[in-house]
Design a protein around this ligand. Structure first.
Ligand code: CA
Length: 255
């Protein structure tokens, strides 16, 4: 794993669905969650394809934000082509969200990316912040004032995704680029987690459980316990934490 980075993940089929259509990536410097859609196990294929295209980038030391964008565009194309080629996979698609260490002007930065309604949160200084914007009809109705955020949580429009990889119209991913800050923690998750747990419960687990894999496991366990109406996936990424992290002793990277 990249210097100063520790990560762990957990996923669960939940209590209702027959199969787990979420896929996840815990790489050395690239982390992702993809949530598949489509019948007859096609969702699993689509989310695995999304993650595979990102995995191919992991480990490159010159990774740039545009490489992530290109990999998502390739995944978008490949999923659509597979859906056309295989009748059982027609109409399949996947969300893709995640976080990677890239180089911008010679210095390390995070890139956060998102297509669909999976999410990336940042937890630092005891504050949980949602970094991504859901691509769902409910979120767009909140943006226009047609729904309040609270109404959106229970709206039937919550599950109507407006952007995803592999669907009929190519979807542009959102990207954010910013420098890493020691002590920060990120949560990547599918909507099966945020559909069951409120932000304050998510923050409480991220505060209480230091180990990233244990924190991801506890979040998923609670979401399944709370109903588990969908597949649940969580990836927790820590940067520059003390203790076993190599960040304390590693030489600082200068631009
Ligand atoms: Ca889902």
């Amino acid at each position: 794993m990249a210097e100063g980075v520790r990560a762990g993940a957990a996923t669960d089929v939940g209590r209702v669905r027959a199969s787990n259509e979420d896929s996840l990536l815990v790489g050395t410097a690239l982390f992702a969650v993809a949530d598949g859609m489509g019948g007859h196990a096609a969702g699993e294929v689509a989310s695995a394809m999304a993650v595979d295209h990102l995995r191919a980038l992991d480990g490159r030391d010159d990774l740039r934000p545009e490489d992530v964008r290109a990999a998502l565009a390739e995944a978008d194309h490949a999923i659509r082509a597979a859906g056309r080629a295989h009748p059982g996979q027609a109409g399949m698609g996947a969300t893709a969200t995640g976080l990677g260490l890239v180089r911008v002007a010679g210095s390390p930065h995070w890139v956060v990316f998102n297509v669909g309604d999976s999410r990336v949160y940042r937890y630092a200084d005891d504050v949980l912040t949602l970094l991504t914007v859901d691509h769902s009809e409910a979120a767009e109705m909140v943006a226009t004032g047609a729904l309040t955020a609270e109404e959106a949580r229970y709206s039937r429009y919550r599950n109507v995704i407006t952007r995803a990889l592999g669907v009929r119209v190519p979807s542009e991913p959102d990207q954010w680029v910013f420098p890493p800050v020691p002590g920060e923690r990120f949560l990547l998750c599918s909507d099966g987690l945020t559909g069951e747990l409120a932000d304050d419960e998510i923050a409480a687990v991220l505060r209480a459980v230091a180990d990233p894999a244990a924190a991801a496991g506890e979040l998923v366990r609670r979401a399944v316990l709370a109903g588990g109406r969908d597949n649940v996936t969580a990836v927790v990424v820590d940067y520059g934490h003390g203790g076993t992290s190599s960040a304390d002793t590693a030489p600082r990277t200068t631009p």
